[in-house]
Design a protein around this ligand. Structure first.
Ligand SMILES: [Fe+2]
Ligand SMILES: [Fe+2]
Length: 185
């Protein structure tokens, strides 16, 4: 049996560690959810939306790893989540992006709740670590909202869905440019 190395001296509380591990599971779920959406878009013929979602799934895995490494570096134990309940079929392209926006809003709420907790218990190290995610969530919600606006602006009739798919492929560069314009100097 491996000798267990236990570091008793650490700033991370067990409650914060649990909240961070819950977030690991949520980011992991996001990655799987978007991968499943990417696959549906791919087989339904929305190639650009699929590419966007494949990239997004990769980003969510990176988010998961950021939490993972932080927990272990802070003296905790990062846990690989059990994933269940991934949907494989979606009603429409619009429905996919409505789900993306709703999901991102729920993730923002979850991050905000951990930030709130860390501030309350004066864990400013974790509080500072989380600021990257606060900014990231602002960007992700903006991208999802912009995606949905395309459906209203372009309309889904005729070649509308084809055009929307083309525009979905350019979304990230649009949001990155506007973030550079409004972000901190
Ligand atoms: Fe994320
Ligand atoms: Fe996200």
């Amino acid at each position: 049996m491996e000798k267990q190395i236990v570091t008793t001296n650490r700033s991370l509380t067990l409650e914060t560690e649990k909240l961070l591990n819950d977030q690991v599971a949520k980011e992991d779920f996001s990655s799987a959810y978007y991968l499943s959406m990417a696959s549906w878009c791919d087989k339904t013929g929305y190639a650009n939306a699929a590419e966007f979602l494949y990239r997004h799934a990769d980003e969510e895995r990176q988010h998961m790893l950021k939490f993972f490494h932080y927990i272990n570096e802070a003296g905790g134990h990062a846990l690989q989540a059990e994933l269940t309940g991934i949907e494989h079929n979606f009603k429409s392209l619009r429905a996919v992006f409505e789900l993306v926006l709703a999901h991102e809003i729920s993730i923002t709420q979850s991050i905000n709740d951990i930030v709130d907790h860390c501030f309350a218990i004066k864990d400013f190290t974790t509080f500072q670590f989380l600021q990257w995610f606060v900014t990231e969530q602002r960007e992700e919600e903006t991208i999802a909202r912009r995606a949905l606006e395309l459906f209203d602006i372009i309309g889904e009739g005729g070649v509308g869905l084809w055009t929307i798919d083309q525009e979905l492929g350019k979304l990230e560069s649009f949001v990155q440019n506007s973030a550079t314009a409004t972000g901190p100097i």
